[in-house]
Design a protein around this ligand. Structure first.
Ligand code: ATP
Length: 491
């Protein structure tokens, strides 16, 4: 990461705190590593992103329905899903500093330093070599790669490394108050992904909502991972939120559905007006234990191109495993006629395409792409500056700010009338204090797309000044058109 980008990233983090978007969790006790709280504007933005995803998945696709499963699940779920045995990352410890690294992060960090020196080709070759070794679980080969390139610990500066070991990322806790001789009897996990809540409910949902394949089940909710290298603000958290959709298809059609969802999901991102060149696909070489095909949608954060969403072709792995462990059939009867045989397709365990996006990562994406420091040329030849968040209007925490020019002459009464007309429909903000310019700047900093000023001319002709956040242009429109203007921009 170049120093410039590092500065921008630090400025975004500082801005997020100063303007009530994101706080470190339990800050008064010096915080809890990789756990964050969302403030008044942050929780609105987060909710709006969640709602935008939910609407696009469930309301705009008649064949996708939602559920809201519990965080705790029967522990056998995680045996069946493979998480107890396989949900781990290869780690390496520096013997001098005792600092633990995820192997891929250590190598990627080293590649960042190569890129900063302009040695991009060497960096690409190193990443390719790493991916091949990870795909084969070749830990000796990975350790050799680390030594060969003299990758050192950022704390001790030495290359004195332990062997590489696997580290499980699931949090465990105890369930219920019953003492047992075997402590394992009471163990439950905090779910590391929301997907399994969907799989174990597959037949409940299919039957009660009378769904026919192909169909999907969507869910948003908290997930927990004991990430070893938890850094980079809300990019990698120990408690985070996912928005996942599992799409159940007829075996043999998974290849085409994978392509469909790969494209659909990128289109969803583009629908927010974020420049397409900021996105790219990254096809996986090392596949997760369940995957047939997988790719990430990556976004160019100030810290480089990073995963924001995964699209995975999960075969019939999960349902087959749950059938095996629960001894309950997970079959679907497909009455459609197979043209090859002239008979119904009959019973089968569906294949699954998954789309999985981190809500907090999407939040960070929106914040990073919205954050701008601008210099403004003034009429008298001098310059001014502002920090503005060009958050898509649909997602902005406040949609409209309403300002009476002064606190007297009946202007607040008119402003309050507009406020009560608009606030049932979208979030509005009312303010009488300070000069108008100052009020505009505060709204720019939290990304409010429209500000309206009520002045003395409003009393005469019923018009108001609308000020547009991105262009800073102002126009006079009838007050009774304000509601429509905002609704057109956010629906
Ligand atoms: P990574 O390689 O970054 O650890 P992953 O490939 O393990 O991510 P998935 O299991 O595919 O991630 O999870 C789907 C999505 O959930 C990711 O694309 C990401 O947006 C989000 N996500 C995963 N882990 C975290 C985390 N620790 N903090 C925030 N978001 C996360």
């Amino acid at each position: 990461m170049s120093t410039n980008n590092e500065t921008t990233f630090q400025q975004i983090i500082a801005h997020a705190k100063e303007y009530g978007f994101v706080f470190q969790s339990s800050e008064i006790y010096d915080g809890l590593s990789a756990v964050y709280d969302y403030g008044p504007f942050g929780c609105e933005l987060k909710k709006n992103i969640r709602d935008y995803w939910w609407k696009s998945m469930t309301q705009l696709h008649e064949n996708i329905v939602g559920i809201d499963a519990a965080i705790f699940m029967h522990p056998t779920t995680w045996k069946a899903s493979g998480h107890v045995d396989n949900f781990s990352d290869p780690m390496i410890d520096n013997k001098d500093s005792k600092k633990r690294y995820r192997v891929d992060h250590l190598i990627e960090g080293f590649v960042d330093t190569l890129n900063a020196k302009g040695e991009n080709q060497k960096g690409e070759e190193l990443i390719a070599a790493m991916e091949q070794l990870l795909a084969k679980d070749d830990f000796a080969g990975l350790k050799e790669l680390i030594y060969e390139h003299k990758m050192s610990c950022s704390v001790s500066g030495t290359c004195n490394w332990t062997d590489i070991r696997q580290f499980n990322l699931m949090f465990k806790t105890e369930f219920g108050a019953v003492a047992s001789d075997n402590p394992d009897d009471n163990i439950v996990y905090l779910r590391p992904e929301t997907a399994q809540g969907i799989f174990v409910n597959f037949l409940n949902v299919q039957k009660t909502a009378r769904m026919k394949i192909p169909f999907g089940i969507a869910q948003t909710g908290k997930a927990f991972r004991n990430e070893i290298v938890a850094r980079q603000f809300i990019f990698r958290m120990r408690e985070f939120e996912q928005m996942e959709m599992q799409f159940f298809v007829r075996p043999g059609t998974e290849g085409e559905w994978y392509k469909v969802w790969k494209e659909e999901r990128l289109n969803w991102h583009k629908s927010l007006g974020i420049p397409a060149e900021k996105y790219r696909y990254h096809d996986h070489v090392k596949l997760a234990h369940y995957a047939k095909e997988a790719c990430d949608i990556e976004f160019e954060f100030p810290i480089g191109f990073k995963e924001v969403e995964g699209i995975h072709s999960r075969s019939d792995f999960d349902l087959t495993q749950h059938q095996l462990y629960s001894k309950k059939k997970q079959n679907y009867y497909d009455a459609d006629i197979d043209p090859a045989t002239g008979k119904p397709y009959g019973n089968y365990i569906p294949y699954v395409i998954e789309t999985s996006i981190g809500l907090d990562r999407m939040f960070l994406l929106v914040l990073c792409s919205a954050y701008k420091e601008e210099t403004i040329a003034k009429e008298d030849g001098s310059t001014d500056s502002r920090v503005v968040l060009n958050i898509p209007a649909k997602l902005a925490p406040n949609k409209l700010a309403i300002f009476p020019l002064t606190k007297k002459d009946g202007l607040p009464e008119i402003a309050e009338k507009l406020m009560s007309e608009c606030k049932p429909l979208f979030r509005c903000f009312y303010e009488e204090k300070d000069a108008i310019g100052k009020r505009y700047r505060r709204q720019d900093a939290i990304g409010t797309p429209f500000c309206v000023t009520i002045d003395h001319q409003t009393i005469e002709d019923g018009t108001v000044t609308v000020r547009h956040r991105d262009t800073m242009t102002q126009e006079r429109i009838p007050m009774d058109k304000v509601k429509e203007l905002v609704l057109n921009a956010i629906v």
